[in-house]
Write a protein that binds this ligand. Structure first.
Ligand code: DQA
Length: 146
């Protein structure tokens, strides 16, 4: 079972970027924690990050036919990335949206997600644990479906 772990703009600089909000861990560290938990659960993770919406869409279109589910932190595209939303919806596989920070407790414009309506769930404000929760939910549900 392959799960895509996708990160959007500015998440390549995690670890340096506003640590009080996003924590100390780098993207590589987060990815390796998710890969490790996936191995324990018998799943495979394919990780990808881009600062460009079109490149994220190209990856989703190319990879979703071979994947069972998606975990995505879309960064600021969460709030306005309609093309990304359409690509995720077209993929027709379950998507869980993850945010390190609690987007509902920050600036007003961050409270709205254009992605959330097409997702299985949104996990916000749990830091790195949010990715692990997303993975466990996806893998459990996908195993039940089999
Ligand atoms: C974020 C929240 C977004 O509002 C922000 O633009 C990000 C990171 C988070 O993980 O908390 O880049 O998705």
């Amino acid at each position: 079972m392959k799960i895509l772990l996708i990160h959007g703009p500015n998440l390549n600089v995690l670890g340096k970027r506003d640590r009080a909000i996003y924590g100390d861990q780098t993207l590589a560290e987060i990815e390796s924690l998710v890969v490790k938990r996936a191995q324990e659960l018998g799943a495979e993770v394919s990780a990808f990050q881009s600062n460009s919406e079109g490149t994220l869409i190209d990856f989703i279109q190319a990879e979703t036919p071979k994947a069972a589910g998606i975990i995505i932190n879309p960064g600021a595209l969460t709030h306005y990335g309609l093309s990304l939303r359409d690509a995720l919806e077209d993929s027709a596989i379950p998507v869980i949206e993850v945010h390190l920070s609690n987007i509902h407790a920050r600036e007003k414009w961050r409270r709205k997600s254009v992605i959330a309506p097409i997702t299985r769930a949104q996990i916000s404000g749990k830091g790195v644990q949010g990715y692990i929760d997303a993975l466990e939910i996806l893998v459990t549900e996908l195993k039940e479906k089999k």
